[in-house]
Design a protein around this ligand. Structure first.
Ligand SMILES: Cc1ncc(COP(=O)(O)O)c(C=O)c1O
Length: 370
């Protein structure tokens, strides 16, 4: 029987809810009290917390993951060079390449992990390339072999790990394994500063260049190169300092709720639960499942929306977007296209109850199988 309540009268189940509250407000208040609001001691504290957490030499706070990727690519000087990026990603990954004067080469991804893999890298690689930029999308770590393959090819790896702070391969954190990694602190990410990002690396030289780049090209008191302003303020870093204290709890909660979805969705025909890799820890920054029945993903989204439940697609197949249509591509990007059409991201946050999850899965089952 149809409920007589209108959509807006029904309980809203949001897609994402940032885990922020009084503690973050108090920390911001402390910064306000110092009168020093731009990048400073709190930014340094936040950077140190991230560096210590990952076990990495350098963590440089920036205004977003996108600006972090741009800074690294500028400092690696990729002008005129082809840089492999997955087609299935948020535009930021490719945009950073273009901003730094490089040429993105769009490659396909694995249909299960939704990430590019070693085979895809090998197929797209040519010996003029010096850098590539894979994505550990939704907080699913890349396969271990791709890091080893990159070393063999003498290819520097800039991982777009926007979604992966806290993800691990074995005991190693994502952010420690690639040559350079960039994280996002957008409110839908694992931890947030409102907007913000972090570059991590063990490479002293590139860390120094990135530091200069994000400070207008300054080196000491002179300006030796052209840079820009990608500094993260003390105000936003204050949120980050508290978020880093919470990160393990945030991830544990996400993993527990992802397990519940996995169990519920495993019993439903025509849908594949979110990917679970072996010997890794995922962040489940997005809980993204795959609708196997063609042309049903959007029907499910509509049915959920009618119950005031938010959902999202997975991410974009860049080659289908106007700005990317003429870019170089390898292969037919078939998996990326399928994921763009059929991947479905479900609500996942601390306020999501088991009852909400059961209800969501019931609606999915009804839409797919009745
Ligand atoms: C894979 C990926 N990279 C980069 C970004 C951009 O991050 P930011 O908003 O911090 O620039 C996103 C944001 O959704 C993303 O999903």
């Amino acid at each position: 029987m149809k409920s007589s309540k209108t959509v807006t009268e029904k309980k809203l189940v949001p897609l994402a809810v940032p885990d922020v509250g009084e503690e973050e407000i108090n920390e911001i208040r402390k910064v306000m009290g110092t009168g020093f609001l731009t990048e400073g001691a709190t930014t340094k504290e936040f950077e140190k917390m991230v560096a210590d957490y990952l076990g990495v030499k350098h963590a440089l706070a920036v205004t977003s993951c996108t600006t972090g990727l741009h800074a690294v690519l500028e400092c690696l000087d990729i002008k005129g060079q082809e840089v492999i990026v997955p087609d299935y990603t948020y535009p930021a990954t490719a945009e950073a390449v273009v901003l730094a004067g490089g040429i993105p080469v769009l490659v396909d991804v694995d249909l299960d992990s939704m990430n590019m893999n070693t085979e895809i890298l090998e197929e797209a690689y040519n010996d003029k390339m010096t850098v590539f930029s894979p994505v550990s999308w939704a907080g699913v770590p890349l396969e271990k072999e791709i890091y080893q393959k990159a070393k063999k090819l003498d290819l520097k790896m800039l991982e777009d790990s926007a979604c992966s702070l806290g993800a691990k391969i074995g005991d190693d954190f994502v952010g420690k394994i690639a040559d350079y990694s960039c994280f996002s602190f957008h409110p839908r990410k694992v931890i947030t500063t409102g907007e913000g990002g972090m570059i991590t690396t063990d490479d002293d030289e590139i860390a120094e260049r990135c530091y200069s780049f994000k400070h207008f090209g300054a080196k000491g008191s002179s300006f030796e190169t052209i840079g820009t302003n990608y500094k993260l303020s003390n105000v936003l870093s204050a949120i980050g300092v508290i978020q880093m204290k919470k990160i393990e709890n945030i991830i544990q909660t996400r993993i527990e709720k992802a397990k519940i979805y996995h169990e519920l969705l495993s019993k439903i025909n025509n849908i594949k639960p979110a990917y679970v890799g072996e010997n890794t820890r995922q962040t489940f920054q997005s809980y993204t499942c795959y609708v196997e029945k063609e042309e049903h993903r959007d029907k499910i989204r509509k049915a959920l929306s009618d119950e005031n439940i938010q959902s999202q697609i997975g991410t974009y197949a860049l080659h289908l977007e106007p700005a990317y249509r003429n870019m170089k591509k390898i292969g037919n990007l078939g998996n990326s296209t399928k994921l763009f059409k059929n991947a479905l991201t479900l609500p996942l946050h601390k306020n999501l109850t088991q009852e909400d999850q059961e209800n969501i899965c019931k609606i999915i089952n009804k839409t797919l199988n009745n």
